[in-house]
Write a protein that binds this ligand. Structure first.
Ligand code: NAD
Length: 482
């Protein structure tokens, strides 16, 4: 049963970069779904702001087409009503044109939020003009997209720039992984049940695997990606956030700073990673398709499209339990999951022929969000006591039935949280900086050693060396499959 939709307070949401790819593919289709669910109040207004010189109607047409393309099945009348709420102003972030016009469209007495869906080089200019032209005050909120910097120095500089104009409580740094239903369920499972938390430590957990596998290549983002690589693009933010949620201590309350304080402690407790514990990969060309280097148009590129690593968290809870992380493009399947692999039972009363069996709690982020707990039972039938593992499987789609349609996707949920003023699922400035402080030396080490990624076949599970990373510890990655 999906909880009842409660409309948020009336708001003016300005989307800088409102004509861009992210706005058209994710933000506006997501807002349309919230509109359909009844969460958007009558008085809500959405204003696109971008460089293109177009009128309100042209923007409304653009967004209608975008929702038709990316928004899934919908009622055309509802879409007409939704786009009727949209307005548009041509604004140059770097210039002074359009700002007074935009200011004239904002209303007093409603929540005011500004979504920076533009490149990070414009964040400073936007923040300055929002204050300079009097569009934003101390109650306004700004939402900033990833990437939040490309190293510690640039992330710090961005934080400094934003904080010149806004308080930390006004800044919502998006990591859309945190908006996923299952990711929040991770906290519900851990801290809402008595069953798991007593076992959630090095005494009972053998290791934890986090996999975020994609089948896509670098697509149209080659120029950006080749400068970033999997480490900056995925590990520093998404995988680090998943690691924090799985490993953190129970916060005292489900409140933004309580949760974020605990996440920060996890990042700070991470050991520096020895380079032998990291495998970088780059997908190769095959007969039917070009490889990474052709995709990024750089035949000498040494950027990784895959990374696997073994991490250690030095604290009382986790000392001795390794965390294995991997992510990559052009892999066998699009599958993201966290697997908590428990230790063997201390003694088998069934004898060696029964084999060893381990409980594995798997949290699936995509596809088919849900959770599975592998439990050992007796193989049914005659023939003595043979043990097999069976899954206790909970798929959200099955559990919720038709209501699953109404579960908001990550962007929808996060935008509604901005309007509600709830920062729990957004990264705090010090958290982002701590993640970069941990990431930087790893990348600097690769550069200093002239590290070259290992090639891997498109459609595989990554380079052989990644398999060896676990194999040499007597462990095994879970299959990457849907
Ligand atoms: P895009 O290039 O498609 O769109 C950029 C938008 O910014 C356009 O609307 C453009 O008009 C506007 N713009 C550019 N310069 C401007 C200026 N000087 N003044 C006002 N507006 C200006 O980019 P995108 O893919 O939509 O990405 C936007 C941001 O979101 C980037 O920071 C990107 O890294 C991030 N992001 C994008 C995705 C994605 O899937 N596209 C995913 C995660 C994060």
């Amino acid at each position: 049963m999906v909880s009842r939709v409660i409309p948020v307070d009336p708001f003016d949401l300005v989307i800088f970069g409102g004509t861009g790819d992210l706005a058209r593919r994710k933000i506006l289709p997501g807002l349309f779904r919230r509109f359909n669910s009844g969460q958007m109040p009558e008085e809500a207004r959405i204003i696109g702001a971008a460089r293109s010189d177009m009128g309100r109607e042209a923007f409304q047409d653009m967004i209608r087409r975008a929702v038709e393309e990316f928004g899934g099945p919908h009622d055309p009348e509802a879409l007409t009503e939704f786009v009727g709420r949209l307005d548009y102003v041509a604004v140059d972030a770097m210039g002074d044109g359009g700002w007074e016009d935009l200011k004239g469209k904002l209303r007093a007495g409603v929540v005011r939020a500004f979504y920076f869906s533009v490149g990070p080089s414009l964040f400073g200019a936007l923040a300055e003009r929002l204050r300079g032209f009097g569009l934003a005050d101390d109650d306004s909120r700004v939402v900033v997209e990833k990437p939040f910097g490309h190293d510690l120095a640039s992330a710090r500089a961005l934080n400094v720039t934003l904080r010149e104009h806004f308080h930390e409580e006004q800044i919502y740094r998006i990591d859309h992984y945190l908006g996923k239903e299952t990711v929040q369920n991770l906290m519900a499972v851990r801290f809402g049940n008595m069953l798991f938390e007593p076992l959630w430590n090095a005494q009972y957990v053998d290791h934890i695997q986090i996999t975020v596998a994609e089948t896509v290549d670098v697509g149209g983002r080659g120029g950006y990606y080749d400068k970033a690589g999997a480490m900056r693009d995925m590990v520093q933010n998404h995988l680090m956030q998943l690691l924090c949620l799985i490993a953190m201590e129970p916060p005292a309350r489900f409140e933004p700073d309580s949760v974020r304080d605990e996440k920060l402690k996890v990042i700070r407790a991470l050991d520096p990673v020895d380079y032998h514990q990291i495998v970088r990969g780059q997908y190769e060309a095959d007969d039917s398709q070009p490889g990474y280097r052709a995709h990024v148009d750089n035949q000498r590129s040494t950027t990784e499209s895959f990374v696997a690593m073994k991490l250690a968290i030095s604290n009382w809870r986790w000392a001795g339990t390794p965390f294995y992380l991997r992510t990559g493009k052009k892999l066998r399947a699009r599958a993201s999951e966290i697997a908590v692999v428990f230790k063997d039972a201390p003694h088998s009363i069934f004898g060696p022929e029964a084999g060893t069996h381990r409980n594995v709690l798997t949290i699936r982020l995509q596809p088919n969000e849900g959770m599975t707990l592998g439990v050992t039972i007796k193989e049914p039938g005659p023939g003595g006591m043979r043990l097999i593992d069976v899954p206790l499987d909970m798929s959200f789609a099955d559990a919720l039935g038709p209501d699953a349609e109404d579960v908001p996707d990550a962007y929808e949920r996060l935008i509604m949280d901005v309007i509600r003023g709830n920062q729990t699922l957004f990264m705090r400035g010090d958290e982002v900086e701590a993640a970069w402080a941990w990431t930087d030396p790893i990348i600097e080490g690769w550069t200093a050693r002239g590290d070259v990624p290992k090639p891997y076949d498109a459609g595989s599970s990554g380079p052989e060396d990644a398999l060896m990373l676990m194999h040499k510890d007597g462990r095994k990655w879970r299959d990457i499959r849907v």
